[in-house]
Structures are given as structure tokens and as C-alpha cells.
Ligand binder design. Sequence first.
Ligand SMILES: NC(=O)c1ccc[n+]([C@@H]2O[C@H](COP(=O)([O-])OP(=O)(O)OC[C@H]3O[C@@H](n4cnc5c(N)ncnc54)[C@H](O)[C@@H]3O)[C@@H](O)[C@H]2O)c1
Length: 254
Amino acid sequence: MFSLKGKSAIITGGGSGIGKAISVLFAAQGAHVHIVELNSESGEIVAGEIRSNGGQASVHSCDVSDQQKVVALFKGIEKIDILVNNAGIAHVGKADTTSAEDFERVYNVNVKGAYNCLFAAIPIMKSLGGGAIVNLASIAAIVGLSDRFAYSMSKGAIYAMTLSVAKDYLGHNIRCNSISPARVHTPFVDGFIAKNYPGKEDEMFDKLSKSQPIGRMAKPDEVASMALYLCSDEASFLTGCDYPVDGGFIKLNT
Ligand SMILES: NC(=O)c1ccc[n+]([C@@H]2O[C@H](COP(=O)([O-])OP(=O)(O)OC[C@H]3O[C@@H](n4cnc5c(N)ncnc54)[C@H](O)[C@@H]3O)[C@@H](O)[C@H]2O)c1
């Protein structure tokens, strides 16, 4: 079950955290993984790990917010069975403390970046007779989180784009779903704690861990398993849905 043998999968932001776990798992399941990374050095480290375990991986240095580059890159890859829109950046702030520059920066990567990859991948999937798309949303798309104005905006857009794409390409055998993780322990989390709560890192880590009713953050592998299922042929009846991987955050936080 859950074999991706013979499939070609694009994973944006595959050099770190959740994207890395997805890249490693998809390659172990037989996919040729294309890591699309701003930080190609980290992508190469992940690809090296995959190849040393007998898997297939290529790294493409690319900023997903640049449409021309994304289109040219995807055309060159030719065969795209799976797209995982994972690359994303964090931001802490409220509506009246988020600068226009920060708002735009988050929008350009998290929203426009995902759109660019959809724009470039869907024609190729159509020509191949179908495909599977997974977009990384967040619980921030579904519940109100403090101090996450721009980030929530971007993940709400991911949630809505998922529905739109799922509907528009039903007839093309392209399935599109999203995953909404709660806190996952990745460099993304460590980075924003260090940046936004200097001197209070341990306290914030503990607070963020306990905000999941299950009592801890998710591991990247736990999100990757959901992505594998959604991209596998076993999930052939699933489209247009969001799947929280949240340790009970949405439904059990009373
Ligand atoms: N970690 C969490 O708690 C959490 C929770 C919910 C959702 N998410 C989402 O999951 C995704 C991955 O998060 P993560 O924690 O693994 O992050 P991470 O920071 O560990 O990894 C993100 C990767 O994306 C790459 N990237 C950033 N901007 C890019 C760009 N413009 N073009 C190409 N690559 C780019 C980075 O180089 C990095 O390797 C994000 O979309 C994030 O919003 C994370």
C-alpha cells in the first residue's frame, strides 16, 4: 500500500522540516522526488540522504514566488504526478502591527508561491491524465490564533485555493487536498521562537507544546504520513478536503 513507484513528485521547500520529511518518505515509497528550494544547499543534503538510501531525488534552486522561473522549471521537469505546495514562511503580528512589506512578503511566498506552482503544474498534470496535489495550510486557516494576522491570511487563502482547484479539475482526474497541522517541531518553529521571543525560548516552546491537547508538537514525519496517504492511489476518492494533523487542537481545546 501507499506505493509511489514510477511517480514524479514536486515538493516545494523540501530542504527542511515538513518538506524534508515528505521528500524522504515519498522517495522511500518509490517516487522520483524533485525538491524545489530557495536554499538549494539544504535541498542537496536531503537529496544526498535520499540517494544514499537508494532513492531518486533532484534539487532545483528556485524561489516559488517567481512565476517565470517556476513555469520554466516545471516545463523542464515534464512529468509531474504529484505536487506538494509546502514552502512557506512565518510571521508574528496583528493587523495594526503588520507592515505592508511584511504582509506582502508572506503573501508572495505562501499564497503567490503556491498559486505559481499550481499554475505551472496543472497543465502538465492535465496532459498526463491526472495528478494529486497537497497544499500545506495550517490550523491558522480554521481557528483564530493570536498574533498571526498575515500568516492566517495566507493559510486561509491556501484553504480556499484547495477547494477551487479541487472543483475545477474534477474532470481532469486531478485531486487536490490540504493538510492543516497544528504546531510541528521544525526549524520554522525554532526560528520564529528565537526571533520573536528572545530569552524566553524554553517558556515559549513549552507553551506551544501544551497548546495541542495531546501535550506536544507534531513530528514532521506525522505530517508526511498524511501527505503520503493523500498523494497515493489509496486516496483516490478524496478531493476538496482539509485534513487537520493537530493533536486535537481544533476539536478538543475547550
Ligand atoms: N512547523 C509548523 O508548526 C507548521 C504548522 C502548520 C503549517 N506549517 C506549514 O508547513 C510548511 C512547512 O513548514 P516547516 O515548519 O517545515 O518550515 P521550514 O522553515 O522548516 O521549511 C520551509 C522550507 O521552505 C523553503 N522556502 C522558503 N521560502 C521559499 C521560497 N520562496 N521558495 C522556495 N522555497 C522556500 C525554506 O528554504 C525551507 O527549506 C509551511 O507552509 C508552513 O506554513 C508549519
